[in-house]
Design a protein around this ligand. Structure first.
Ligand SMILES: [Zn+2]
Length: 284
């Protein structure tokens, strides 16, 4: 039941300007690129990754709807649910540790990746805040195809990681549509979620995101620091139902990730399938 409760984690934005120049990208291209499910079908006792994205799915009526304001994509920093479930998102793509892909695949950990071209392609100075980088550019887009094959949606985090508030509409659109086209080409599926660098955005961002086929702009409620430490944006330092956690592809991610996942589970939280929760909230 919705009962007109005020959705939280949403920032309303007024003003409608639908500019339809970039083809809407809800139209994911079929994943003809992926060969693993077909290969598995030939084996009498497949030992490959289970099908479908990992993570708990919402129960009927669990998620409150997230409204679109003014026809623009909603800005979401948490999922409106009372269930003890949180969502893991990982940004940029500098450090490409093969051990992390294995961890995500083998333990069926639900994550959503927000890929940024210059990080994935190792153009520029890598993020070494987790320690010295060892795997910068090790796999490039092939690394994200491996993540995709492990059930990870690869979403949009721009081409060059600019502060979008300093760009005009056309510049923002180049960053967002360009990244969507590239990710579509490299992974076979166009993104539908956009995460603005530094969480900085304005109305032009939402208009550009819409025109590039984005169904939502995803922010976060807490970020995860090296060592698996959670930096909350609220004073009481507790996880809350529906929190979206932000991590980065940094050195030592696999170790930090283990600490984090254990911490979340100790607190009685489950890890959710973000796409399924967004769909249940009416975001598509
Ligand atoms: Zn970033």
């Amino acid at each position: 039941m919705f009962r007109g409760r005020k959705p939280y984690g949403l920032i309303g934005v007024a003003g409608v300007l639908a500019l339809a120049a970039c083809a809407p990208a809800g139209n994911a291209e079929p994943a003809a690129v992926s060969g693993s499910p077909r290969a598995a079908a030939k084996s009498p006792a497949p030992v490959t990754t289970p099908q479908g994205p990992p993570g708990v799915k919402p129960r009927a009526g669990e998620v409150r709807p997230i409204p679109r304001t003014g026809g623009l994509p909603p800005v979401i920093s948490s999922i409106p649910t009372k269930r003890k479930v949180v969502f893991l998102t990982i940004d940029d793509g500098w450090e490409q540790d093969p051990g992390f892909v294995a961890q995500v695949r083998d333990q069926r950990i639900p994550i959503t990746a927000f890929a940024m071209r210059d990080a994935v392609e190792a153009k520029g100075a890598p993020d070494e805040s987790g320690g010295p980088a060892r795997y910068v550019g090790a796999g490039k887009w092939g690394y994200f195809r491996q993540l995709r094959d492990a059930g990870v949606p690869v979403e949009n985090h721009t081409l060059t990681h600019p502060n979008l508030r300093l760009l005009g509409y056309a510049g923002q659109r180049r960053e967002i549509c360009g990244a969507s086209r590239l990710i579509g080409k490299e992974t076979g599926t166009r993104p539908t979620l956009f995460r603005p660098p530094f969480g900085n955005y304005n109305t032009d961002t939402l208009r550009a995101a819409k025109s590039c086929g984005m169904s939502a702009v995803l922010l976060w409620t807490a970020s995860v620091q090296p060592g698996g430490k959670i930096a909350y944006q609220v004073p009481d330092k507790k996880l809350r139902p529906g929190d979206i956690l932000l991590l980065h592809f940094r050195p030592n991610l696999a170790g930090d990730f283990r600490i984090l996942v254990n911490k979340i589970k100790r607190r009685g939280y489950e890890l959710g399938d973000l796409a399924a929760y967004l769909a249940a909230a009416g975001v598509r």
